[in-house]
Design a protein around this ligand. Structure first.
Ligand SMILES: [Zn+2]
Length: 144
């Protein structure tokens, strides 16, 4: 699918993950399927910016939840993206999850506004590569 002017403009905006890089050279290529996250932290950041930007299909693809239908997940993520405005991500700690690892954890604080209130979600997330193989894509598994 051809990408329009609006996308090109978005690519030049600061990436929501707070890396200081522009979206087009940070999390954007992951959302568009042009590149794969190489580390657990990259996947964490790109999932946060996917929440911030409403990239629902990316959120579904990077977090297996076989017991919940895709339709239900889409519906819930759409509601979530209407009700929550994500404002800042802080990465607090990273353990493993590098290019030579098959598993890792990322501890983060994600700041958001919901119902007019500023809030913070703190979580240590577990990430694993698909099928436990070094060649597998990084996936978000669950909160620890
Ligand atoms: Zn980013």
């Amino acid at each position: 699918m051809a990408r329009g002017f609006a996308d090109a403009t978005a690519d030049r905006a600061a990436c929501p993950c707070g890396s200081g890089a522009k979206l087009g050279s940070c999390c954007g290529p992951f959302h568009q399927g042009l590149m794969k996250a190489q580390t657990a932290e990259q996947l964490m950041r790109s999932r946060y910016s996917a929440y911030a930007l409403g990239e629902i299909e990316y959120l579904i693809a990077s977090h297996p939840e076989p017991d919940i239908s895709i339709q239900k997940r889409r519906r819930e993520l759409r509601i979530n993206s209407r009700q929550i405005r994500w404002i800042e991500l802080e990465i607090l700690a990273v353990e493993c999850g590098g290019i030579e690892d098959c598993q890792g954890t990322v501890q983060f604080a994600a700041h958001f506004i919901a119902a007019g209130q500023r809030r913070c979600l703190q979580e240590t997330s577990l990430f694993q590569r698909r099928d436990g193989q070094l060649s597998g894509d990084w996936l978000y598994i669950r909160a620890l």
